[in-house]
Design a protein around this ligand. Sequence first.
Ligand code: NAD
Ligand code: DAU
Length: 354
Amino acid sequence: MSFEKKICITGGAGFIGSHVVRLFVTKYPQYQIVNLDKLTYAGNLENLKDIENAPNYVFEKGDIVDENFVNQLFGKYQFDGVIHLAAESHVDRSITDPMAFVKTNVIGTCNLLNAAKTIWKDNKEGKRFYHVSTDEVYGELHNPEEFFLETTSYDPRSPYSASKASSDHFVRAYHNTYGLPILVSNCSNNYGPNHFPEKLIPLMINNIRNSKPLPVYGKGENVRDWLFVKDHARAIDVIFHEGTNGGTYNIGGNNEWKNIDLVHLLCDIMDQKLGKAAGTSRGLITYVKDRAGHDLRYAIDATKLMTELGWEPSVTFEQGLAQTVDWYFDNWDWIDNITSGSYEKYYQEMYEAS
Ligand code: NAD
Ligand code: DAU
């Protein structure tokens, strides 16, 4: 079968990556989509069960830190585009194990850049290396009137954001130095189906369901700007196809919530869904020690993406949160498999055997 384009999506078995893979596999049957993923604790092929047999979809298990593997894969497929999402993504883990973030987020990204540079050496026409990054590279905001712009100076403050900032710099350096065609986007906090339960929203949903304590860091005053994951995937699609070579685009939902207010909202939604008396789950809230170096507020100004490329979120927070909670109610097995660790073992054995 011949395809118009071959696109490598890294980290496609993770939370956001799986939504991007599904969107591209279903919307662009003329593209071959190769999902390159190591299947770390955060990677889960269950996320892609519905499209795993699509004729334009291939899964390649591998580690982006492994230079030989990456070079061989790029040599084999001769990709036309790369959408790079593979990363260590959890801030708390970066505080306990920063080197894992240096390896995957910095060295892994450089391996992909080198491989793309090699295969596109003689023809860069129509090629795209799209690096998916985060708003955390801009640091934290204190003035409520301020927002992150594409021109905001970098000021990463956690090992996670420092590793992402470093990878962003390498991507832009390869554009400037070698003429590699690149795109970078910096997005705010995502939520939605398949969100790994170490992150705030799914952790709270699962703990409320199990009547377990709801750990709120510090005073719960920190602010995050939440975007529905499918709207992030739609933005990636638009930027990949229509973004200006070398460009940076901020992506955000214009939807700021103080953590404690969001946890209250989740408690109230869950009480209603579970048929519990109003206010029951708020009693589970437990204030715990703050995250080290906890950034106060993130808020994205996505005007450039909205005006230049016509993107806007497709759902309100109310709609997105309702869809998310409904998805978890329909998929408790998904979260139970993760928290029991059985899926990880199952797929490791399956791929070792094949
Ligand atoms: P995730 O942790 O859910 O998924 C990461 C995926 O990368 C997993 O499937 C994992 O197996 C894979 N992976 C990790 N290390 C790898 C390696 N060495 N080689 C190959 N694959 C590897 O992450 P996510 O939340 O979906 O985030 C995806 C990307 O989007 C990341 O680059 C992250 O920095 C960025 N981002 C995330 C958010 C968010 O709110 N989650 C917001 C903005 C940007
Ligand atoms: O801003 C984009 C970033 O959003 C992404 O780049 C990261 O990959 C992603 O993990 C996310 O980072 P955060 O640190 O903002 O997300 P997290 O869900 O871990 O935490 C959200 C907020 O909730 C943060 O202020 C810390 C707080 N929190 C988190 C957890 C897990 C709690 O109060 N209690 C918790 O148990």
